[in-house]
Design a protein around this ligand. Sequence first.
Ligand SMILES: *Cc1c(COP(=O)(O)O)cnc(C)c1O
Length: 408
Amino acid sequence: MNEQKTKKSYLVDAEGYYGEFGGAYIPEILNKCVTDLRNVYLDIIQDDAFQKEYNQLLRDYVGRPSPLYLAKRLSARYGGRIYLKREDLNHTGAHKINNTIGQILIARRMGKTRIIAETGAGQHGVATATVCALMNMECIVYMGKLDVERQQVNVQRMKMLGATVIPVTSGNMTLKDATNEAIRDWVCHPEDTFYIIGSTVGPHPYPDMVARLQSVISKEIKGQMMEKEGRDTPDYLIACVGGGSNAAGTIYHYVDDEKVKIILTEAGGKGIDTELTAASISLGLEGIIHGSKTILLQDADGQIQEPYSISAGLDYPGVGPFHANLAAHKRAKVMVVDDDEALRAAFELTRLEGIIPALESAHALGVLNKIPHFKDEDVVVICLSGRGDKDIHTYLDNQQRIEKKYAD
Ligand SMILES: *Cc1c(COP(=O)(O)O)cnc(C)c1O
């Protein structure tokens, strides 16, 4: 931590802030839970026995290291050498499992026996239910009633894994309301319950803890870059941002090296000039959501504005404080990719490389035809955060329309 005092860093400071963003804005009753976690999480994560168990599970259970794949046909189209970091090949289909494995090991070391989680599309719920089955822990997942209806397959997966899925009927019955309900549960069971948050959001230490658990992504990129390119730094890192965890993992070991350009993409939905958008960094204002001071979509009265994106994983009204600060200091270039642009990019990757990406990841790919052609010597790493099996109906429903819209 001393290192961060002497050298300017974009990582969290000793008080739990990223510049002016972050902190822990929580009700009094949660103070003990959050303080307990804050007091132990670094020691646990840095402990040798934890690292050994965590890394062994990442290797043998998740299937890490995930490959760094040189996408030749994509590179031929957009220039440079474009690599895909294949988080889509992980067990359960996305990067989320890196985080849930780490948090459940922390929960166990804290003596907790009951796990709660919130989920929107169900991806984080499935990743949490998976590790609860693995560790034989009780698992309760809060999910908006509307999302329960929209995401039946993931609800069935969670139930098969032994989780209890509780449909939430307050508010708009989506992710924000599920999160509120999970916090309410935590308030009622502070002694035995651990709340596994699915992204780099929430009160400190969650954003830092999740970023550290996902930082295995950039740790691997460093080694794989060295092997393939003879240098460990790429010229560009590109990732999509919902709450920010796959992006945080991708940039973690590079963020203080200003030579590495960072592009974060957020979901434009139907367009940033409409109300149907999730572009929280581009359109949001400073405020507090789920225990953290950050940037979020809000109306003139400061009420949280309901976000919209075709991609359920990016459909969140805020963004993690780490990313809010990167944007405020222009350390990262933030670009908006709307629904149709993401769909176009998903079809393009599928036909060029034989990889069907998650709709979330397609938002990262969607910047390629919005930025200048890369130079021959540029090395670009894009985080392919998840696979597209879950999105197949959306793809099929939109294929003809998108092909017509973007036909040259
Ligand atoms: C949940 C999800 C995201 C968005 O979450 P972040 O925390 O921003 O990474 C992105 N991609 C996939 C595949 C997801 O499941």
